[in-house]
Design a protein around this ligand. Structure first.
Ligand code: ZN
Length: 150
């Protein structure tokens, strides 16, 4: 249901944006510095699955703590694929001043995931735990950049 709805919503948003752009004067384009309630509502669609992925990080922690390396790697290669995509989409929709920091912190986060994966491959518990706590810091930093209406 959600997957069917999303492309339609995107289409509506594209259409609305096109209308707004064609009505406004292109020479006087103002750079937004605050989030409007409409913008926040629009961002929620993508923020929700990201926040859910943040909650699922406790599952990853459990796998690392119990040295379940197979599940650690499966987790990183599975549910996190969509997260990367959602984070990239949201970063582009943030205020101009927040776009670069969000992209940077998302990039760092996935660097930690890659190193957790490498640590799991080597059964290196210390490295996996260290990268996990760094990943959490970046994940929270990212979420702090995204406004929420909840
Ligand atoms: Zn980091």
């Amino acid at each position: 249901m959600k997957n069917l709805f999303r492309p339609l919503l995107c289409l509506i948003l594209v259409f609305t944006t096109t209308l707004l752009v064609s009505c406004g004067s292109p020479t006087k384009a103002k750079i937004p510095t605050v989030y409007t309630p409409e913008k926040i509502a629009q961002l929620q669609e993508y923020r929700i699955p990201i926040a859910e992925a943040r909650e699922q990080m406790s599952t990853l922690k459990e796998f690392i703590d119990t040295e379940n390396w197979v599940n650690t790697r499966t987790f990183i290669h599975g549910p996190l694929g969509e997260l990367r995509q959602n984070m990239a989409i949201v970063a582009r929709k943030l205020l101009p001043k927040d776009q670069k920091p969000a992209q940077q912190v998302a990039k760092e986060l996935f660097g930690h995931f890659e190193r957790i994966d490498a640590a799991a491959k080597q059964r290196n518990s210390i490295s996996a735990k260290n990268e996990y706590s760094e990943a959490i810091k970046d994940f929270d930093a990212y979420l702090n950049l995204v406004p929420s209406n909840s």
